[in-house]
Design a protein around this ligand. Structure first.
Ligand code: AMP
Ligand code: ZN
Length: 117
């Protein structure tokens, strides 16, 4: 996907503050953080949304979730964090490349993560 912003970040064409990378996964800090620590875990391959996934992606989806705690701890989130996957129009997904938000910090988060609309 030539113009997908997260594909461009994965390819290194757009700068990001990298948290982690392996052959399948890239993680980087959100440019507009909604919590003291806020980063995203994305697949390197372009998948638009969780709504495009089924059991064929179970290994990749499991890997994203399986990395969440390790990467959260690497960012100092030792006492919990929130995972969010916004999906489609109803889920207010802005960037159409599957991503899992990890958010946390020293204080408990609000019930949801409000964002200006
Ligand atoms: P969502 O609403 O779940 O699609 O979230 C998309 C997220 O991507 C937002 O939190 C944005 O701040 C973030 N974002 C957009 N562009 C960039 C970028 N170039 N680098 C890092 N994060 C970005
Ligand atoms: Zn993409």
């Amino acid at each position: 996907m030539d113009n997908c912003i997260f594909c461009r970040i994965v390819r290194g064409e757009v700068p990001s503050r990298k948290v982690f990378e392996d052959e399948d996964i890239f993680a980087f800090h959100d440019i507009n953080p909604q919590a003291a620590v806020h980063f995203m875990i994305v697949p390197k391959t372009h998948i638009a949304s969780l709504a495009d996934c089924d059991m064929r992606q179970q290994m990749l989806l499991g890997k994203m979730l399986g990395l969440a705690t390790q990467l959260a701890k690497s960012q100092g989130l030792d006492d919990g964090f929130r995972t969010i996957i916004n999906t489609g129009r109803i889920g207010h997904q802005d960037v159409m490349h599957l991503h899992m938000h990890i958010a946390g910090g020293p204080q408990p988060l609000g019930a949801m993560l409000p964002r200006p609309r």
